[in-house]
Write a protein that binds this ligand. Sequence first.
Ligand code: NAD
Length: 478
Amino acid sequence: MATRPFFSAGVWTEGRGMPLESRNPATGDVIEVLSSASAEDLDEAVRAARQAVAAPSWADLAPHLRARMLHKMGELIDRDRERLAHVQMVDNGKTLAECRALLESAANTFRYYAAACETMEGTVPPSRGAYLNIAVDVPVGVVGAITPWNSPATLEAQKLAPILAAGNAVILKPSEVTPLIGLEYASLAREAGFPGGIVSVLTGGIELGRAMVSHPGIDMISFTGGTAGGRHIAAEAARQLKPVVLELGGKSPHIVCADADLEKAANAVAMGIFSGAGQSCVAGSRIFIEKRIASAFTATLVGIARSLRLGSPADPGTHLGPLVSFAHRDTVHAHVSRAVAAGANLLTGGALPTDEKLAAGAYYPPTLLNGLSNRSDIAQQEVFGPVGVILTFENDEDLIAQANDSAFGLAAGLWTRDIERAWKIATRLQTGTLWLNSYKNLSISTPFQGHKQSGLGREKGLDGLRQYLQSKAIFWPA
Ligand code: NAD
């Protein structure tokens, strides 16, 4: 049976690895069988990338001309948005409305980095002798980009755009669970005019990812995924002194103080954990409620959770589509079952749907638990599903101690009308992003970084471009 090829060295290539299946999690149907890259296939892609990145057709291309290709990528994504949104939906299970929004954001990401690559400047530091010295930024070379399954349309744009804007070649390995958007981006990159070898998209699993990290011809790795994978990559990269960017997991506190606008807060807390069926690195999965309002606020949250509609991602009335795969659905359910066995109260959800249509897909209902402490496994481990753990706090000291008692430090939300209190809590939370009286506002122009075990390095913003450049100082004698 023919398998869908991947894009390597400027051509569509049948790989020599074990084929992969892409499944629609809403139905369980196989959408496509894809070819995957072996170690030899990777060697070929790396050889082509090294040649292409050094060739005058790319290396001598002025940034404003690279920017044209990035702008073109934005236009092509806009042109194909509806089709790409369907591809993303059947591969990943996200609702069509969310997929459309992700693709709009992806197109804007290419435009943002097109502008940034035209306007980045080097420096001329004050000379301390009879010379002129300048510091220019030069590309790192060949960057390996490895992505997860939860939002491929945006996460892959967030890697491709700055890596290319910085003048590098890129070899992207999308998640083996959701490889289809990456292949679409390869096709658009070819149409946008990127020379052969500058953008390769290789499909494959963890073995291919490991081979990329240890490949001596790949100069840098940019990884988004789980903390366990990030740890392995950091260890292997350390052996080779290879730079890495790691965007990892989270267990974000979403905090509601008694003086907050409780109606707005309840809707935002529910959206923070249930949007994208909870499969978001910044999901507000630890819900901290000030003790004196805990019982009423919990009842409101349970009411909202019960009102959310689980269903086909194509249906405009759906709030939560299926989880990305049956295997992941089982992992999420196992987390909940262990929490219940450890004494948690199941407030809502926590059971596989029995409705015939939903039972055919990898659906999991909005789930809320309480009765366990912040030290429990369910409050410490990333579940990556629609599962919120409700915790309470007595006062701000107690809150800060609990909220910071986590291996992760990706994001946090805080609801209060008291600006002094907001300032005191916000400055003491160990987190890369904090949303005050809001949740999940994300912007391509604002750097995004995980603290503690949520990551190393940063994406988005100008910092997200700079990390794919290295500085070169040139001294000219007078
Ligand atoms: P994962 O770590 O299992 O896999 C991510 C990618 O890395 C896949 O392409 C996989 O094949 C590859 N991979 C896994 N282990 C590897 C290794 N040792 N060496 C090389 N490649 C390896 O993650 P996932 O289950 O696909 O995604 C969910 C995780 O991603 C969650 O933990 C989530 O929080 C995290 N995430 C983080 C961010 C962020 O910006 N911080 C964004 C989205 C998702």
